[in-house]
Design a protein around this ligand. Structure first.
Ligand code: HEM
Length: 413
């Protein structure tokens, strides 16, 4: 039965409610009855594949929160990810062309296939090492014991942060994670903490940048430093970008590994296939990015009136692009509610699209492929303690807080 506009206008608030965190997908299905719906708080929610894809490509819609009419947007954009009292550009995920493109290009140059693929063996070692530490346990928390420590260690190693300094990054990454949230979700107190973490990381990074200036190495930081200099960009821009890489690549990857383990445990037949056919992991990870992605939605602001799907989104409106709903749109995917790694057509929206398409996608794929294959091979008789597991509050970067699993042991390598 179709709903009235009044009912539709309340659905996004229910999605944001923590009570819906474990399974927001039925609510997405309700939203898709109207591709674009105006919510009671004035936000326009876009829930269908075609419309999301169109808006991701539309230059009339902005990622720059400073252009948002909401005060919270301006407040958050002024402080998030930038050290206190030191005004600078927001990170390029919150910028529009041409500035976005210039800064993004400098980073893309450093994410070479050789550098990313070169990490694979190292990720294998890290995952095995983390699992070895749980060898004599009958229980493992996929979040605390594996998914959480892995991405920070990987990005630190790739950037060239010395091993002994890494524990500080774990703390910073956690504190800064919320800075990728829609601005209105951040309280004054949280914002303060975030700025404090950004300040600390800024001071640390400044020291590291200085060290690499004196003595360049074969790491990403030295590469970024050289390309930023060549492009005439200051160290402040570099610092903001490095913090972005840490933050954007952290909780997202944690959630993909955790959602992946959860989904495999709920689909034991696929887990069994993965054990027998390790190459299937490539398709498993793509299907996870469609079926239960870490980034559920991203927000934008309209720069002008945009007529689309029978609606006109007015200039200055906040727009939520519900990527996770688009990836389950039956008008785009056959049998979308089914977890099917062998589906032939899987152009999911898990990494976004168009000019803001995820820079770290190749690295996230390597980390998750390695983690899930090793888990499938090494965990003996894994079974879930609680289903659904407890979730973190965050609705846009969505994932379990813990995922406790009983095991009969961990297989030797
Ligand atoms: C499973 C893990 C990941 C997922 C699901 C994910 C998802 C996304 C999505 C959906 C966007 C688009 C944002 C938008 O349109 O506003 C994005 C952008 C971005 N991601 Fe990721 N990401 C992941 C891992 C990473 C990693 C490992 C890194 C870096 C080390 C990274 C760096 C970035 C950056 C820098 C952007 C901004 C790109 C731009 O604005 O041009 N991500 N990511």
């Amino acid at each position: 039965m179709t709903q009235t506009a009044t009912e539709q206008g309340k659905v996004f608030a229910r999605i944001l409610d923590p009570a819906s965190r474990a399974n927001p997908y039925p609510l997405y299905a309700r939203l898709r009855e109207t591709p674009i719906s105006r919510q009671d708080d004035g936000t326009y929610v876009v829930s269908t594949y075609q419309e999301i894809a169109a808006l991701l490509h539309d230059p009339r819609i902005s990622s720059d929160e400073r252009k948002s009419s909401k005060e919270a947007g301006a407040l958050a954009a002024s402080g998030k990810l930038t050290p206190a009292g030191q005004p600078s550009n927001p990170p390029f995920i919150f910028l529009d062309p041409p500035e976005h493109d210039r800064l993004r290009r400098l980073v893309i140059q450093q994410f070479t296939p050789e550098r990313v693929e070169g990490m694979r063996e190292h990720v294998v070692e890290l995952v095995n090492h983390l699992l070895d530490a749980k060898k004599n346990s009958q229980q493992i928390d996929i979040v605390d014991d594996l998914a959480y420590p892995l991405p920070v260690t990987v990005i630190c190693d790739m950037l060239g942060v010395p091993r002994e300094d890494e524990p500080r990054f774990h703390k910073w990454a956690t504190l800064l994670a919320r800075s990728l949230d829609p601005a209105q979700g951040i309280s004054e107190a949280e914002l303060k903490q975030t700025i404090q973490a950004a300040t600390e990381i800024g001071e640390y990074m400044n020291g590291l940048i200085e060290a690499r200036q004196k003595e360049p190495r074969d790491d990403m930081l030295s590469g970024l430093l050289a390309s930023y200099r060549q492009a005439g960009r200051g160290e402040r821009d570099l610092l903001v970008t490095m913090t972005l890489l840490l933050v954007a690549g952290h909780e997202t990857t944690v959630n993909l590994i955790t959602n992946g383990t959860l989904t495999l445990l709920r689909h034991p037949e696929v887990l069994e296939q993965l054990r027998r056919e390790p190459d299937l992991v490539i398709r498993v990870v793509e299907e996870l990015l469609r079926f239960d992605p870490p980034v559920q939605f991203r927000t934008r602001t309209t720069l002008t009136d945009i007529p689309i799907a029978g609606v006109t989104i007015p200039k200055g409106a906040a727009v939520a692009l519900l990527l996770a709903s688009g990836s389950r749109d039956p008008r785009r995917f056959t049998d979308p509610e089914r977890f099917d790694p062998r589906r032939s057509d899987n152009e999911h929206l898990g990494f976004g699209g168009a000019i803001h398409y995820c820079v770290g996608a190749p690295l996230a794929r390597v980390e998750t492929q390695v983690a899930l294959s090793i888990l499938a091979q090494r965990l003996l008789n894994p079974r879930m303690e609680v289903d659904p597991p407890p979730y973190r509050e965050n609705a846009s970067l969505r994932g379990p807080e813990h995922l406790l699993i009983r095991i009969d042991g961990i297989r030797d390598i």
